[in-house]
Design a binder for this molecule. Structure first.
Ligand code: OOG
Ligand code: MG
Length: 258
């Protein structure tokens, strides 16, 4: 065990790793990083992004489905912060060189219509939602070999790196059991249901109202909440196109270039 780093030092390293697309060793291999310090490190690393002119535009929930927990070997719900620079235009091109080892996963997005600064029930939370949409999250763990323990991934903004959101649909559109397909060049790679997300993605929104407000943040009107991957994530490769289709919500797609 080497000397522990402060949350600020950890956040500096995850931010540098993300900014330069360079893999770093897991912190928990060399010292005990507490979950609280990991969230403080995440806040610090995103604070650096805000200092560079980025704006907070929402949060992502993670490890809300079995498929995701099994794929990465961590089984607790986590969250991370989304900035405007992370949102990519639907139908666009993703530059592979800006990432370490990116993967894509299908998600459901909620558009917050009215500020939420306290834990809410499903009904209360949905009353403050203005829209629901299909989404794709690009996760790019900054750790070597995409391997991490719970505090590592939290300090690394829960692997979040970019996201795409499709057209918004009315908030009363049911999202509890929608068929989902993630295809690569038109061939299905992963299939699932939105029910894989905590039984209903709305539960993930409820978790967001609890976890994010406990951290002192408000889910602001206009913010996006990503509910978490419904299937395992798929590696991105240059020259291929990826599309997430969600029954009744439509599709989001993008292509990967150098
Ligand atoms: C951790 C982030 C998990 C999700 O939707 O479950 C996540 C990871 O898989 O690297 O974004
Ligand atoms: Mg995700």
């Amino acid at each position: 065990m080497t000397n522990a780093l402060t949350p600020e030092q950890v956040g500096d390293k995850t931010d540098d790793a993300a900014r330069t697309a360079t893999a770093i060793p897991q912190f928990t291999e060399s010292f005990d990083l507490s979950l609280d310090d990991a969230y403080a490190a995440q806040a610090h690393s995103i604070g650096r992004r805000l200092g560079r002119g980025e704006q907070l535009v929402g949060v992502k929930m993670g490890l809300t489905s079995r498929a995701k927990m099994v794929q990465v070997g961590v089984d607790e719900v986590i969250w991370g912060r989304l900035t405007d620079a992370m949102r990519l235009p639907e139908g666009g091109v993703l530059e592979r060189s800006r990432y370490v080892h990116p993967r894509v996963e299908p998600e459901i997005a909620f558009l917050i219509g009215e500020d939420i600064d306290e834990p809410l029930s499903a009904m209360e939370a949905m009353a403050r939602v203005d829209g629901v949409a299909a989404a794709a999250e690009i996760i790019d763990s900054r750790y070597e070999n995409f391997k991490f323990a719970l505090p590592d991934v939290v300090a690394d903004n829960s692997s979040s790196s970019s996201f795409f959101v499709g057209d918004w649909h009315l908030p009363d559109t049911p999202v509890d059991n929608l068929g989902i397909v993630l295809d690569v060049d038109g061939r299905p790679a992963e299939m699932g249901s939105s029910a894989a997300i905590l039984g209903n993605p709305v539960r993930s929104l409820v978790e967001a109202t609890r976890m994010v407000t406990a951290a002192g943040l408000t889910l602001e009107a206009g913010w996006v909440v990503l509910a978490g991957g419904a299937t395992a994530a798929v590696h991105l490769e240059v020259g291929h196109s990826y599309r997430v289709t969600v029954e009744t919500l439509g599709a989001v797609q993008f292509t990967v270039a150098d």
